[in-house]
Design a protein around this ligand. Structure first.
Ligand code: NAD
Length: 492
């Protein structure tokens, strides 16, 4: 037999070690260990306790980079202090740009829908590294915090391509894009535009739909089998995928794969469940199903199907852990894993058994690129500077600020065109009902609409403003290939 594929293994915190042991015991009995060697790596609470604020040991970083696959239990995130979520760090650092989750009705797991005889089976692909999860946040004034929400064209293309590719491999006919482009016209607008462009040019046989995320949530609750696959930006995808988990019985049943070009991370979607840790009653299903996604990823689809069918047969016979609404007495984590192991080779009788092919490892780690990878559009856009937004931290009302700013730009190529409060125009016109905080966006636009503005004029103006006010942010206003690269203020 060829060398075994080495996979990094982090058992996690809280219930992590119990559910990981349960999964490994099933893998052992199903023959996974004939093909795979798990390499333990250190991350999570034990690393935070050593003062390592990333929560990930250097060895763990190196192992995941060289092996290309990580199987992980849940990790606790310290509240307060400098510690950041290990999960988010891993996804972002290793470029695992797509989070794939599968939601399906499971036999023996009672939900509102299962009782009504309603079968649920759909996938959510969540963009995994951009959006508000960039973690680029600042306190900009006494009263205001800001989060810089970045959405990129190449980043959107990657996740859309992954969604369409997965839909194609699963034989799905339609992919929907969930978004909020009616409000976030540039960021979500770009995400939505790239969805249609990628779909139209590369996956013409797959139908496309798009839906505003609030309507999507309502639709999912009313008739969840309207969708086969939904792709969403990060934060919206996070919320929608937990909503979806609730439809099929809770987080204990939702598997998750974080896929990048070089590294893939398979993890349970729930947390460390500190309230039940060490009691031996945790449900290992979410981690097990994630492990099955991993087995399919590396080429062991047929073993994954055998385990999945044994799981379905187990649930179907009413064997379940205490978190599950079902008939009969609940069993503990170990007994549940043993029950699955005992049913290897069995198929479920009340639902379709899984049939996946692949009985040898096809995955090969690619290793690190020799240089940091740039993802850019084919052509750089032509840029025309037309002004700038200067954000001020001030307790003065806009009507007091405006005359000072007008005098500062007198005689220059720029004029003060508006002041807005939290996005809504309050000067030169606006409503006395709009409430203001100590954060003012002051927009300066070119006096001559036919002439571009030298960016240095904007910088000089900002320096003059900084002598009188607290400047908290500066954003140049530009046209890209003749299209306005900024939104008008509400009411402008
Ligand atoms: P949680 O998911 O740990 O627990 C929520 C509830 O669900 C608890 O009542 C828990 O007992 C129950 N539960 C969760 N998983 C279960 C399972 N497998 N079997 C039975 N019951 C289960 O969420 P939380 O309490 O908000 O978070 C606890 C910690 O986990 C925090 O530090 C959080 O940051 C971390 N967390 C980690 C991940 C991850 O590693 N991917 C995800 C979410 C939360």
């Amino acid at each position: 037999m060829a060398d075994k594929l080495r996979i990094a293994l982090a058992s996690g915190d809280g219930i992590g070690p119990e559910i990981t042991d349960a999964c490994l015991s099933i893998f052992e009995r199903a023959g996974v260990m004939d093909h795979v060697e798990f390499v333990p790596v250190s991350m999570g609470e034990s690393e935070f306790a050593k003062g390592n604020t990333s929560g990930i040991s250097d060895d763990a970083f190196r192992s995941v980079e060289s092996l290309g696959v990580l199987f992980k239990g849940p990790m606790g995130t310290p509240t307060g202090g400098g510690g950041k979520s290990v999960n988010v760090t891993l996804r972002k650092t290793f470029g695992a740009f797509a989070n794939l989750r599968h939601f399906q009705t499971l036999p023996g797991v009672e939900t509102v829908f299962s009782k009504a005889g309603y079968n649920i089976d759909f996938h959510v692909v969540r963009e995994n590294v951009e959006d508000t999860y960039g973690g680029i946040e600042h306190r900009v004034t006494t009263d205001v915090m800001q989060n810089l929400r970045l959405i990129s064209g190449p980043g959107s293309d990657q996740v859309h391509r992954f969604a369409f590719e997965t839909a194609r491999s699963l034989g799905l006919k339609e992919v929907y894009c969930g978004h909020k482009a009616n409000i976030m016209k540039l960021t979500d607008g770009l995400f939505l535009k790239r969805f249609h462009e990628v779909g139209e040019s590369e996956y013409p046989e797959i139908e496309r739909g798009d839906v505003i995320v609030d309507a999507l949530c309502m639709n999912l609750v009313i008739h969840p089998n309207k969708y086969d696959m939904i792709v969403l930006p990060n934060l919206q995808g996070d919320i929608v995928s937990d909503l979806a988990a609730g439809l099929v019985g809770g987080l204990g049943f939702a598997p998750s794969a974080n896929i990048g070009d070089r590294i893939a991370i398979f993890e349970a979607v729930h947390g460390t469940a500190p309230d039940i840790a060490g009691k031996g009653i945790a449900n290992p299903t979410s981690l097990l199903l994630s492990g099955l996604m991993m087995l399919r990823h590396i080429g062991l689809g047929s073993i994954a199907a055998t385990i999945n069918n044994a799981l379905l047969a187990t649930l179907e016979e009413g064997v379940h852990t205490g978190d599950v609404r079902g008939s009969g007495e609940p069993v503990g984590t170990k007994a549940f894993a043993e029950a699955i192991g005992d049913r290897l080779g069995k198929t479920p009788s009340t639902c379709e058994p899984k049939v996946w092919s692949g009985d040898s490892v096809t995955f090969e780690p690619l290793g690190a690129p020799s240089e940091l990878e740039m993802m850019c559009s084919d052509r750089e856009a032509e840029i025309e500077h037309v002004g700038c937004d200067v954000y001020l931290g001030s307790r003065a009302v806009p009507n007091e600020i405006a005359p000072v700013l007008e005098s500062l730009c007198e005689g220059s190529a720029l004029k003060l065109s508006l002041i807005s409060a939290r996005g809504t125009q309050v000067w030169p016109t606006g409503s006395m009902y709009t409430q203001c905080v100590d954060h003012h966006r002051c927009r300066f636009e070119r006096r001559d609409p036919s002439a571009a503005v030298d960016p240095r004029v904007c910088h000089e103006l900002m320096m003059r403003i900084a002598e009188k006010f607290q400047v908290v942010c500066y954003i140049p206003l530009k046209y890209y290939d003749g299209e306005r690269g900024y939104l008008l203020a509400q009411g402008q």
